[in-house]
Ligand binder design. Sequence first.
Ligand code: BYC
Length: 312
Amino acid sequence: MENLERFEAYVAAENKVEAKDWMPDGYRKTLIRQIAQHAHSEIVGMLPEGNWITRAPSLRRKAILLAKVQDEGGHGLYLYSAAETLGVDRDTLIDELNTGKAKYSSIFNYPTLSWADIGAIGWLVDGAAIVNQVSLQRTSYGPYSRAMIRICKEESFHQRQGYEIMIALAKGTPAQKQMAQDALNRWWWPSLMMFGPSDKESAHSSQNMTWRIKRHSNDELRQKFVDMSVAQTEYLGLTLPDPHLKWNEERGHYDFGEIDWTEFNEVVKGNGPCNKQRVATRKNAYDNGAWVREAAVAYANKQSAKKNSAAA
Ligand code: BYC
């Protein structure tokens, strides 16, 4: 049996591929692409929320938001480590992000204009991320799958903290309810875009589903997210900004309006409201942190020199 055939039978039987196993070049390449984009999304995802840490409305809210943003940094680290097991080094990946070559999720190129946006991000953005990532826990590449299991545990806490903010606002004063509705209006459509292009347009889905990297298509996951969000919105007493949203008895799902794919493509190409600001902020943070990296390397070198001279 050829390597490729054996590999495909192995993943089709729900076995996990590990770093040292033989894998097709295309499998390695697409995994590096997806995991790196995911890692970048986690650390760029810290920025819109980080914007509100100093302005959180109470100490409790500030402590929770700080913990959440720190979790995203941790998710980035798990994912960069998973990518490194495939033979790419972290400096290369970070360089691609800092020079604007790498992709990361479109969602993080929108601004956070009010405190309600922090609620909407937790509820919708982390909510959409969970729908996608729960399915990725069963991805065929072992290190990615294990990172996903840890990440999903934290994401569900993130989703609940966002929904709790939305409850407080939606059940608060009329002005607070209006803030919540405004945030929902602005974040709903970009959240649906997180699942990627429609199945007809998705370049990687078919191959990656055969290799069990992706377990569900972009449209399947998007539909699942829409279906679960409707009842959550009703509970809040808010309205989803989609006049075409309607239960379809025959399909057993909600029908919904067309996504603005022109907007999606522009944001992915780098022309969203905050793309330039996000990349510049990451690059500054990296440049300003150079002394920390140098100090850490110098310390590690000193420790190993000490060990070597003690052994000699
Ligand atoms: N934004 O063939 P397709 C999070 C790109 S959550 C930008 O369907 P694939 C977080 C795609 O990369 C967000 N680009 O691709 C949550 C491809 O470009 P290239 C991160 C997008 O890979 C809360 C092209 O379009 N989650 O981190 O089969 C707080 C064609 O697409 C987007 C993940 O990354 C987009 N929305 O499917 C903090 C989950 N959608 O590479 C952080 C892991 C598509 O050919 N990733 N593109 O140039 C995935 O599950 C899949 O990569 C996707 C796309 C479903 C996103």
